[in-house]
Ligand binder design. Structure first.
Ligand code: SF4
Ligand code: SF4
Length: 412
């Protein structure tokens, strides 16, 4: 009997008691609870606690300290674990490296398996969409309407349309992520413009499918595994050497999966790819000839999935690329690396909590006097844009991929 067979056997014997044995990787995460020294540092840094108070969200220490280590008692935590945005700030400040965001995922997976009635309804709606379409958002019903929406966005932004390319054995798979595939189509098209400008040999997927992060975050481990397996098969069939994405969540997920499941193709955020593979010299050369040299004062938002789940270096790359752009002045907001509230699927079921979290970012942003906010993630862009708009702010928001594409000269 191999390790997996043994796991399934033990699992079946415990099913009646609604107990799931931990996988070996989960065991390491759960054991980290034992390292907690109850110092409370994490509470002071949790953006959800700061936004809604301990009465509404009892915070990371509570998850680490009070959580019973017996899975059936996880049900009692259902009111708190779904309000964590998974930003990773608690893990970053914890002196004992307690991995709260991963503990939250393990708990959510147990609740999902044994007490799906406790999973917020908003998440169950997303689950059904994923099951039906392999996408986290309802796809457009009418293909022509989708194309019209894309073309209107491109016209407004002054970006060209480059027809999709799907082919085997390209160097790079460009993977837009669900948000850019179905909603923020301008980000998908802007990335294609950039890749085309630098003559990158790239392909898209023949049929797009989700990276699995939304399923992981809602605790639907089985669907997450299936989606990861499906995508791995597509990557292998295409025979690409690298994966490039413009979404922060997809970057951290694909980077982990490609190592864990041996995809044979490392994943990069487009910013990493531009700096590490194209190089500053070529970038500087192109951006010097910018067709849009108007002076603009920008501020930057750092997506949690890049700085705390991938590497802070990605945002160093972002700043260095912005510094290459003539006429672009960057001011740092004191809340540049605060969670925008859009993570952990919180906005899908408790948007009032997600919108409270982003308020601190907005107040700090107004103090910079900036006219535009840029961020390299279409989900952060949407969360920040809708809240700034609702507040009556004059600050406009751009996905950084769009901002870069707009500042490249026409390909000659
Ligand atoms: S991951 Fe972020 S939101 Fe969740 S408990 Fe930690 S600090 Fe709070
Ligand atoms: S910072 Fe770490 S050690 Fe301190 S209370 Fe939070 S989880 Fe426990």
């Amino acid at each position: 009997m191999d390790e997996n067979e043994a796991f399934e056997y033990v699992k079946s014997t415990l099913k009646k008691e609604k107990i799931t044995p931990y996988h070996s990787d989960e065991l390491e995460i759960v054991k980290s609870i034992g390292a907690c020294i109850n110092c409370g540092l994490c509470i002071n840094h949790c953006p959800v606690v700061a936004a809604v108070g301990l009465d509404r969200f009892s915070g990371p220490r509570s998850i680490a300290v009070e959580l019973s280590r017996s899975p059936p008692e996880f049900w009692a935590t259902a009111d708190k674990v779904y309000l964590c945005t998974g930003c990773g700030t608690c893990r970053e400040v914890c002196p004992k490296n307690v991995n709260i965001p991963e503990i939250v995922n393990v708990v959510r997976a147990n609740i999902f398996e044994h007490r799906p009635d406790l999973v917020p309804k908003g998440l169950m709606i997303v689950k059904e969409i994923i099951e039906e379409h392999n996408l986290a958002f309802e796809p457009w019903e009418d293909k022509e309407e989708k194309e019209e929406s894309r073309d209107m966005r491109l016209e407004r932004l002054g970006l060209p349309y480059i027809p999709d390319i799907v082919k085997e054995n390209a160097e790079v798979l460009f993977y837009p992520g669900c948000q850019a595939e179905e909603r923020a189509q301008e980000v998908r098209e802007a990335a294609k413009t950039i890749l085309d400008f630098f003559d990158v040999d790239y392909t898209l997927l023949d049929e797009f499918s989700c990276c699995s992060l939304p399923s992981q975050l809602m605790g639907d481990a089985k669907t997450a595994r299936n989606l990861a397996h499906l995508l791995k098969g597509k990557v292998k069939k295409l025979g690409v050497k690298k994966i490039v994405t413009t979404c922060a969540g997809c970057t951290s997920t694909l980077a982990d999966l490609s190592v864990r499941d041996e995809w044979g193709a490392p994943a990069y955020h487009l910013l990493e790819y531009l700096v590490e593979e194209i190089g500053f010299e070529k970038l500087a050369d192109a951006l010097k000839k910018t067709a849009k040299p108007n002076d603009v004062h920008v501020s930057v938002h750092d997506p949690c999935h890049l700085i705390r789940h991938t590497s802070r270096q990605v945002m160093e790359h972002a700043l260095n690329i912005l510094r290459l752009m003539p006429g672009v002045r960057v001011s740092e907001s004191v809340a540049h690396d605060n969670c925008c509230g859009g993570g952990g699927m919180v906005s899908f079921h408790s948007s009032e909590v997600a919108n409270s979290v982003v308020k601190e970012n907005m107040m700090a942003l107004e103090k910079t006097g900036t006219e535009r906010l840029v961020t390299p993630c279409p989900l952060c862009t949407a969360q920040l844009e809708s809240n700034l708009f609702k507040s009556g702010s004059s600050i406009e928001v751009d996905d950084l991929t769009v901002f870069i594409a707009q500042r490249l000269p026409k390909k000659g």
